[in-house]
Design a protein around this ligand. Structure first.
Ligand code: HEC
Length: 443
């Protein structure tokens, strides 16, 4: 490891004419000083050998040929891939991949200056990444209490997108509350495992197996998910887990591959009392009634879904789900008691290639009064202007295939009572006042 770093440093120096003067170096950001750090923090997790980024960005020679494209992708916010508007709705998100405007401006200025290398002494040490195939939450929580694996499947070396959807036993005879959950592809197939989602399959009153709540969701680069304190997302007793795994062969055949879900449970050590917590569930909310819609060739469409509860709720995460013609989704809350309508989240440059669950920071999750309406709106573009559109001449309806459309959002909802709702509202008011006081009340 060390050896390659030294080598790459020398070849970088040979490639680049020494920077002209100290003054020039001070005026422009350089790779060694600023850009390498930004790329380490924001890009290398995917753009390094063996990961899903199509090229590696671990040295100047690797980055430099891509500089103009990097500038374009970063300035347009296509990379890092995280489609969530930064000027609308709640901005406090956990595990947020978006870059700061300052870092974006630094990349842009660096490329405009001819992508200079700078002074090799400014280079940061190589960054460590969590070992492939290890639980990322283990550093904080230790090994998971419970591991559920998909049934084995042979991933071929080459070919098209593949879907593997087995059902396995969850392995619990008594229900328990999830503290944290993480999905982990195998070491061998981590490069070809693009998405791996899992849900519970439970018995209904007639004794038939039906689809239950979402267990976990994985897209490359994603950390696990924690359930906020005071909420319980349950693994139901005697349930099964259904998987939906999307493999994209990356050249390595992996026989008998298995994806794992690790679960950490709340227990007495966490002072956890099941009777004192509020139920959280992760469910799919429709934007199209029964899913009956049709987008004409070269046409556009908007779908909407309205959802309300007879008790107050807190929205803990939001994840739009549309396919290739889907271009944007928003979530608003309309409160008939006040007449107020508030935009809480918007993804106006949505991309079906990336599925993020946008998890709100504790204390910033949208609160929805009883009987208020959650309004979900999605926009579709079946014209040639949509760069993801495979064929604008087609009629497109609802369906499972990538070329059909979908219209729903996954939302983690904590179900509250009036008392909890009022307490949370009061805490936020107090925080807002503190913030106002802290800033001198000028803004
Ligand atoms: C979560 C993983 C991930 C992260 C983080 C990430 N990328 Fe990417 N990047 C990809 C993948 C996968 C592709 C290929 C598919 C695509 O373009 O969406 C890609 C493609 C690219 C491309 C080529 C686009 C093209 O049109 O050929 C560039 C340039 C790029 N990324 C730059 C960056 C930069 C710069 C960063 C950090 C600021 C970054 N990426 C962060 C996964 C990632």
């Amino acid at each position: 490891m060390k050896k390659t770093r030294v080598l790459s440093l020398f070849s970088a120096m040979a490639l680049v004419p020494a920077f002209a003067s100290a003054q020039e170096a001070a005026e422009h950001p350089t790779y060694a000083k600023e850009v390498s750090r930004i790329i380490q923090e924001n890009c290398q997790i995917c753009h390094q050998p063996g990961q899903i980024g199509p090229m590696s960005f671990t040295s100047y020679e690797e980055v430099r040929p891509w500089a103009p494209l990097i500038q374009l992708k970063v300035a347009s916010k296509a990379m890092p891939p995280y489609q969530y508007d930064d000027d609308k709705g709640v901005q406090e998100l956990k595990n947020d991949w978006r870059m700061s405007q300052e870092d974006i401006d630094t990349i842009v200025a660096w490329v405009n200056a001819g992508s200079p290398f700078g002074n090799p002494e400014d280079l940061p040490p190589a960054k460590d990444f969590p070992a492939v195939g290890e639980w990322r939450l283990a550093a904080e929580l230790g090994q998971p209490d419970h591991i559920i694996k998909s049934s084995p499947w042979d991933v071929p070396a080459n070919g098209q997108d593949l879907w593997w959807e087995p059902e396995v036993d969850a392995g619990l005879t008594e229900s328990r509350c999830i503290k944290a959950v993480e999905t982990l592809p195998s070491r061998a197939a981590h490069g070809s495992t693009h998405h791996a989602n899992s849900h519970f399959v439970v018995k209904n009153e007639e004794g038939e197996w039906v689809r239950g709540d979402r267990l976990s969701e994985y897209a490359f680069g994603k950390l696990g998910e924690k359930v906020p304190e005071g909420a319980c997302r349950r693994v139901p007793a005697d349930s099964k887990v259904g998987w939906s795994i999307h493999y994209y062969p990356d050249g390595t055949a992996v026989p008998n591959d298995q994806v794992s879900v690790g679960i950490w449970y709340y227990d007495e050590e966490d002072n956890f009392n099941e009777d004192e917590v509020y139920r959280q569930d992760l469910r799919s909310y429709n934007l199209s009634g029964g899913g009956d819609y049709l987008i004409p060739p070269h046409g556009k469409l908007m779908t909407q879904g309205f959802h309300s509860f007879d008790h107050p709720v807190r929205l803990d995460s939001w994840q739009p789900h549309l396919h290739l013609r889907g271009v944007a989704m928003s979530m608003e809350i309309f409160d008939p008691a006040t007449g107020r309508r508030e935009l809480v989240s918007m993804a106006s440059d949505w991309n079906a290639g990336w599925n993020h669950s946008h998890t709100y920071e504790d204390g910033f999750q949208p609160l929805v009064p009883a009987n208020a309406t959650i309004i979900l709106t999605a926009w579709y573009d079946n014209t040639a202007d949509n760069p993801h559109n495979p064929d604008p001449d087609q009629w497109v309806g609802a369906g499972q295939r990538t070329t059909d459309e979908m219209s729903h959002a996954w939302i983690a909802v904590t179900h509250l009572d009036d008392e909890a709702f009022e307490t949370m509202l009061a805490e936020r008011k107090e925080r807002e006042q503190r913030t106002l006081a802290g800033s001198g009340g000028n803004d």
